[in-house]
Design a protein around this ligand. Structure first.
Ligand code: CU
Length: 267
């Protein structure tokens, strides 16, 4: 076994993590580098460093090496040789990806030079930070697209899992569907400054606590009403809690938490 190395938390999340999750980190949840993590590499094929970006979105062509790039294992126990990658805009986490393309919205981004970073991540979202790859882009839009501003929805935000049903047996790929009320799901704002009443939701397994604002057990995040989940990496016959929680643009769970959960059985 290689020695356990201390890891830096997601740079952009460190402060919030200490504030929110620090005191309540369960003992067994430690961020550790999996065997072979050093081999997990990621690079950006395009755009080129320094590229001028004029559109509303940047599409990155990303290559990975040294691991199987899989989103279906995210939030599950670490497995050597598997993971995904995170994309950060100006050091702020946008989302996780497992394809060779990643799209970032430029809505609300000031014209000028910005940094995009891709970083390999384990299933528990621990970033292999020293294998990150960064590039600068020069955002030069004809007319910058502002972040949608407007009154935060009135009333108390809520999220409810409408599928699967409590106690249902799930197998393979399955959809988790939610109803969200009094909260605007805003895809373009992921990783951007917080806007009250705006954000997205995270799907977690079994717990939403722990380091990195509870992301170690996060299967993924969605700004829509359906998330494509998977039983990959879960033991057949085991039962697990699905937790859908509302998060702000910077991925912090709303405080106090607004979440729904139910138990499913893995076939
Ligand atoms: Cu998030």
């Amino acid at each position: 076994m290689p020695p356990t190395k201390p890891l830096l938390l997601l740079a952009a999340l460190t402060f919030a993590t200490t504030q929110i999750a620090g005191p309540q980190q369960p003992e067994h949840m430690q961020m550790e580098m999996q065997p072979g993590a050093d081999q997990m590499k990621v690079s950006v094929r395009s755009p080129a460093d320094g590229a001028r970006i004029t559109g509303d979105h940047v599409i990155l062509e990303v290559a990975t090496a040294g691991f199987k790039n899989r989103c279906d294992l995210a939030g599950k126990p670490d497995q050597a040789g598997t993971g995904h990658y995170h994309l950060l805009l100006d050091k702020s986490l946008v989302d996780m990806y497992c394809g060779d393309r990643a799209t970032v919205s430029m809505s609300g981004v000031r014209p000028g030079v910005h940094t995009l970073t891709v970083v390999p991540a384990q299933n528990d979202h621990t970033e292999i930070e020293h294998n990150a790859a960064s590039l600068k882009i020069n955002y030069d839009p004809g007319s910058p697209k502002p972040l949608t501003r407007g009154a935060a929805p009135a009333g108390k935000a809520a999220i409810k899992i409408v599928s699967p049903k409590p106690g249902e047996t799930v197998s393979g790929s399955f959809d988790v569907k939610v109803e969200v009320s009094n909260f605007d799901l805003t895809c373009d704002e992921m990783g951007k400054p917080d806007v009250p009443g705006h954000g997205h939701w995270h799907l977690n397994f079994d717990t939403m606590k722990g380091p990195m604002m509870g992301m170690m057990t996060m299967a993924g995040m969605s700004c829509e009403h359906t998330f494509h989940a998977s039983t990959a990496g879960l033991k057949p016959g085991s039962s697990h809690q699905l937790i859908a929680l509302l998060a702000d643009n910077l991925h912090a769970p709303l405080m106090p938490a607004i979440a729904d959960s139910l138990e499913v059985k893995v076939k």
